[in-house]
Design a protein around this ligand. Structure first.
Ligand SMILES: Cc1cc2nc3c(=O)[nH]c(=O)nc-3n(C[C@H](O)[C@H](O)[C@H](O)COP(=O)(O)O)c2cc1C
Length: 228
């Protein structure tokens, strides 16, 4: 379970904020700003998200690549404009997520279709493809000034029942979407960190760091939280 919002005392929260800023600054020098600036905030502004912007997020998902171009993703969207649907989706979340995600003006459930349309065979990449669609949606959201915080912490069976999701379709993730609230609470609950490249970019055989990232230069920077 993720760390509870507001758990850290004020000094701790300030340290986390400073560290998080360092991580983001370092990332900015290494990758596209859009990717560096994306984050999963705990605080959202109450500001309504324009329907046109929301549509562009789903357009971004629509144009994602997928195995056999199956496009096995669906999204069930609930905005505060429809409080009944919004609350039904909110209530599928585990308690911790419900506390902070209930501020977000938009919630969306990502669903994967588990068999190919073409021949009914199992689509081993359905979850993967949904993930790619969500990743592209998230990049689009960042470009629009929005934030997306994804959640595995929800009751998939409850979501299935609430929204009559048929067998063969899997509720995989709920997203909280909205304009981030830039106050401290947005980030102070969780330090941002990343594994160093040398821990997951291999060459030759499993577990052997690729020479591509073995040099100091390749894995220096604030992304690598546990220092090299
Ligand atoms: C599939 C998935 C499930 C996640 N589930 C939760 C969740 O249930 N609750 C939560 O607070 N954060 C959740 N997160 C957010 C991650 O904790 C977060 O992405 C990670 O700590 C990195 O932080 P960043 O996105 O700000 O870079 C999830 C993220 C993903 C991609």
């Amino acid at each position: 379970m993720e760390k509870a919002v507001g758990e850290a005392d004020k000094a701790g929260a300030e340290m986390i904020l400073t560290k998080n800023q360092e991580v983001t600054d370092s990332a900015r020098g290494q990758i596209l700003n859009l990717l560096a600036e994306r984050r999963s905030p705990y605080g959202f502004s109450m500001r309504r998200v324009e329907a046109e912007k929301l549509r562009r997020l789903f357009q971004a998902a629509r144009w994602a690549p997928s195995s056999y171009n199956e496009q096995p993703w669906s999204f069930l969207v609930a905005t505060r404009d429809n409080p009944e649907d919004y609350d039904r989706l909110l209530n599928t979340l585990v308690e911790f997520n419900r506390q902070w995600a209930g501020q977000a003006p938009v919630l969306a459930l990502g669903v994967a279709k588990l068999a190919f349309d073409r021949d009914g065979r199992t689509n081993r990449h359905a979850w993967y493809d949904l993930g790619q669609a969500v990743a592209d949606l998230t990049v689009q959201a960042t470009a629009e000034g929005l934030s997306v915080h994804q959640m595995a912490g929800f009751d998939a069976e409850k979501a299935r029942q609430e929204f009559q999701i048929p067998a063969g379709y899997e509720p995989v993730v709920v997203m909280a979407i909205g304009y981030p609230d830039d106050s401290e609470v947005s980030e102070s609950g969780r330090p941002r960190s990343r594994k160093p490249l040398k821990e997951f970019v291999f060459g030759g055989s499993w577990g052997q760091t690729s020479t591509l990232v073995a040099s100091d230069f390749a894995h220096e920077g604030g992304f690598d939280d546990q220092s090299n």
